[in-house]
Design a protein. Structure first.
Length: 321
């Protein structure tokens, strides 16, 4: 087994602007404070966070053979992410989102699925997965080309090689999606959706109910991120809630991916799960204070310092319907 952490899944180029209070009518225009590009998506965004936190990271997925793909690959390489296994799909655009960031940090999205949808099981670099220390599947629900059995096959091969595994999703979640994910869940050590996704997946009214249903389906542990309300961890033997840090939010893009990166980094350090939550929490808070999923995090030492020194806010976890 190598020391490489592999992220496999959605690769997106975000085009972000702040702050957007309204879309002008007809040919009107609005002046913004900032516009920038950022590597994003549940695989690419998590890979950036992991690399910043000091891990050897390879990311796996698809982009188009276009200028957007060039920009995304160059940005990932700039953070030290190995993109040798990101395939270029001719005739298909790179997945991209236009994100008008609101003053409160909310981010409605205009999205083109693009190359993520055509990544197939034939594109998977099996040798890389079989020697990985950890595999994070990010947004595999957007990768239709893997078919119904592809995700389980990927997880099984990685686990057989000795990797620990984690997974999150991109879509809102529904019982129909849960039926598709069921064969994968016993192969997932840590399932890390946001709270609303978990409640919609399991048709639950409380976070405890959602977490329990996911554990019953074979997941090793569940971590539910809740934005300003913090996060909830559930295993067969433990329940823990951690409040979010008290910060001024600029943009929530990529906060879930940053949380996953921090949690995985702490796992690789051998921290217990409740302590892994703290590093994920800090990474997410750092990202939320800048524009784009690649903002905020500097390195592991700075993130740990922020984790220890920045106060937490009070919060009450709940599902939002």
């Amino acid at each position: 087994m190598s020391g490489t952490v592999v992220t496999l899944g959605a690769h997106v180029l975000d085009i972000l602007g702040r702050y957007v209070t309204h879309i002008p009518e007809r040919q009107g225009s609005v002046l913004l404070d900032e516009i920038r590009l950022a590597p994003a998506g549940s695989a690419a965004g998590t890979a950036v966070g992991l690399a910043k936190l000091g891990l050897e990271v390879a990311t796996v997925g698809a982009v188009g053979d276009d200028a957007l793909g060039d920009v995304l690959i160059r940005a990932l390489n700039g953070f030290g992410v190995d993109t040798a296994h990101v395939v270029r799909k001719p005739g298909v655009q790179t997945s991209a989102s236009i994100l008008p960031i609101r003053p409160n940090g909310d981010r409605p999205a205009l999205h083109a699925i693009g190359a993520n949808a055509v990544y197939s099981i034939d594109d998977v670099p099996w040798t890389l997965l079989e020697t990985a220390a950890h595999l994070h599947l990010g947004g595999n629900d957007s990768m239709r080309g893997l078919g119904r059995d592809g995700t389980a096959q990927i997880l099984r091969r990685a686990r057989d090689g000795g990797a620990t595994t984690s997974m999150d999703i991109l879509s809102e979640g529904s019982p129909k999606l849960l039926a598709i994910l069921k064969p994968c869940l016993p192969l997932v050590d840590w399932f890390m959706p946001n709270a609303d996704q978990a409640c919609r997946l399991t048709d639950s009214h409380t976070l405890e109910e959602a977490a329990s249903r996911l554990l019953d389906l074979g997941v090793g542990g569940v971590v539910l991120t809740m934005g300003g309300d913090g996060s909830l961890l559930a295993t067969a033997h433990e329940r823990a809630h951690l409040a979010a840090h008290e910060i001024a939010v600029v943009d929530t893009s990529g906060c879930g991916d940053a949380y996953c990166a921090g949690f995985i980094r702490a796992l690789r350090l051998g921290w217990p799960p409740s302590e892994c939550m703290k590093l994920g929490n800090a990474a997410a808070a750092l990202v939320a204070q800048g524009l784009g999923s690649d903002a905020g995090i500097r390195d592991l030492d700075d993130t740990v310092r922020f984790m220890r020194e920045t106060p937490l806010r009070s919060s009450k976890p709940s599902c939002r319907n």
